[in-house]
Ligand binder design. Sequence first.
Ligand code: ATP
Length: 321
Amino acid sequence: MTNAVEAVGTATPVPTAGDLAARTTGLRKTYGQTVAVAGVDLAVPRGGVVGVLGPNGSGKTTTIRMLLGLTTPTSGTVELLGHQLPEHSGRVLPRVGALVEGPGFHPFLSGRENLLRCAAMEPAVRGPEIRDVVEQAMERVGLRAAGGRKYRGYSLGMKQRLGLAAALLVPRELVVLDEPTNGLDPAGTREIRQIIAELHAAGTTVLVSSHLLAEIEATCTHVAVLHRGSLVAQGELATMLESSAPHLQVSTSDRSSAIATLRDKGIPAQEDGSAIRVDLSDVNSSEVVAMLVHAGVPVQEARRARTGLEDLFTRLTEEDM
Ligand code: ATP
């Protein structure tokens, strides 16, 4: 295990069961020789927006499907809103909204007709409310104009929006979104971020998967990183991003003058192998380089070090290329 993983893995205190909207213990799924999920202990804090981050094939969808009772685990347990699955699915799942790959919409019905069918199956929606609930959900995801078109003619982005509308038909305690921005244009991506922010503000717990770090950084309070079926880190996003303080790595042939110049100005700097390491807490990279050049110190290279999460994720994705 790498230093970054250890650092972020120990950074956040372990929440108690009551604080969690979802929890898995030793969750595992194999398909023949393929280990899709290799014993995952996932903790989803109530009220958080938790990003499940990982490269393609790292087990995000399989984990989410097991969490929702759509795929049977090979071993391990799933607890949703304090109840074990699959024993209490009937009681818990209506309180959970989900957007997962391939939702079962009817291709020959319109988006609106599909949603009417979904709304009719929601225990919390009474008959006379169904039409209003559907119109509001379509409005929220920007699908009203296309509501009368048949599902089979929908673009990928429109299908995503319809899936999201179904997930948000009624207020939920937990909303699970598997790659919600997949197929969406930049405007659609912004709308999804807005919807996630609204859900968060209303106290809903959100679990959202993505293979894009920027996507997770823009929307989440917590992150769980999957790699080859294993959970390699989880915790608060802010803690993970700060797990290494920002600093600049400067290569110079005159390290002692460089350190003296910076320390004179109150900027912490120290030798780091053949380079120097400069603390960027109170100064930015270009100011450091300007100070050194101004003082006549030769600068061969200046590189901003990555944050803990960026560093971890870059190494994971580079390994998988
Ligand atoms: P992506 O970002 O590409 O959607 P992911 O992180 O969601 O990937 P999964 O779809 O969970 O990853 O897949 C994890 C692994 O399990 C992959 O190697 C995949 O090929 C395999 N896998 C998933 N579902 C099945 C299945 N039904 N049968 C066989 N193998 C499967």
